[in-house]
Design a protein around this ligand. Sequence first.
Ligand code: SF4
Length: 449
Amino acid sequence: MSLISFINPLSIEGQNLVKNSADLNSVFDHNDDLINVIMHSSRQTMSNPDIIPETIGDLAINRIKWFIERKNNKKFNPNDYDYLFNRDIYEYDVIAFHLLSQAIASKFRPNSREVRLFVESQGFLIEERLTKLLTNEHEEIVEDILSQLLTQNDLEWSFLKDLIASKKISLCDLVLDHGEIILDREEFIYSFEDKFLDRSPDRIYDILIGNSIKELILTKMIMQSTEDYIKRINSMLATVEVHPMIEQLADLLAESIDVTMNKYSSYYGNSGPGSMKIGKLIREAFPPCIANTVDGVSSGGRNDAIVLLLTSFVSYARLYPGIFGSEGGVKVSDIDSNLSITNNEILPLIYEAAENCTPPLFEDQPQEKINITAKLGFGMHDVPDLENEGETTWYTPMSCEKIQMHLPQLCKKNKDCQKINNPLSYYSRKKWILNKEGKLNSDSKSNES
Ligand code: SF4
């Protein structure tokens, strides 16, 4: 039973454990039993006291810290967090999960960076915990948890419609027979036996379904339940007062996430040409196509130059110049959590360029402000609002090739354009050169995030 809640803290077992053992007043009490479990984790590094949680509150914070480090730290040492994979920690881990859910729901918006980090970290934790189980218990636990999660005998694909709609699962991942999802080996063989004449259906089952699809469904369903759980807590908080310990945990968590994320948001290429640090916009480093756009464009290509080219360039140059070297999936608020940089630096520059156009862009086409908001990822609205983030995608900068094709009048190559295939690479390289030549003042060098 302990394994079920270790993998799924939202299971009935996990919820009962929280009901019977959680004590909000002791969230930040030194916990000898927890430390004892950590000390007995076979590969645990004990030499660095900063990574050892001494309280359940610390454990909750470290669950997220582990995920950020695991994804970003090129020198990540798995032994620093070995305790997260020691099943004896399950009791404390389940409580930490539920405390985190409350803290995150009380402080952050449902589609915030923090909620996404929590949900993704839970998915990642499940995947890694499953891989560390012995083969026989692995299969057994996946079956047990799935039988709790899948409440229908005949599993129609529509049962997973929320996962499909949120792109957690693609219909292409699933094997369907008349709209029914096939997971069971016997059922697969019964349904498709006559379709595979030259191959064993058993073997095909292992390739197409096996444990991997079951694990995928299990993991994504728990991630979706975690998201739904946070939304439920969030709506309950309209009528219930937040416990002071949860408030304290939420504040410490926010601080820890900011510190850990900032460590990596300025990580990209700190030396050499193409340095991709976040920082104030340096107009002197803009490539000719961007400088020409900022100076104003006359009607041919004016709208595309401001809405497509400049909006994406300025926002990524200021907030996330390393976008092309990353896995993507980033949102503006991941870096600019209260939109102060967006509202005070990015939009004013775009609006200034719009005003410089002939005729000024918003004079005859005020609706283009909505398109600018949409290209920043905040849906079809007049101005960016955190509530709307994610309704559209943050549009990535155009390549030189596209600019030369669609807005050729703006591309006035200079010597620094050689071997450049994107205005963003030009900008990062030029910034590095200006810095090396001592032409950047200290304000320009600051790495605000
Ligand atoms: S080569 Fe690329 S970066 Fe240079 S002006 Fe043309 S489009 Fe801009």
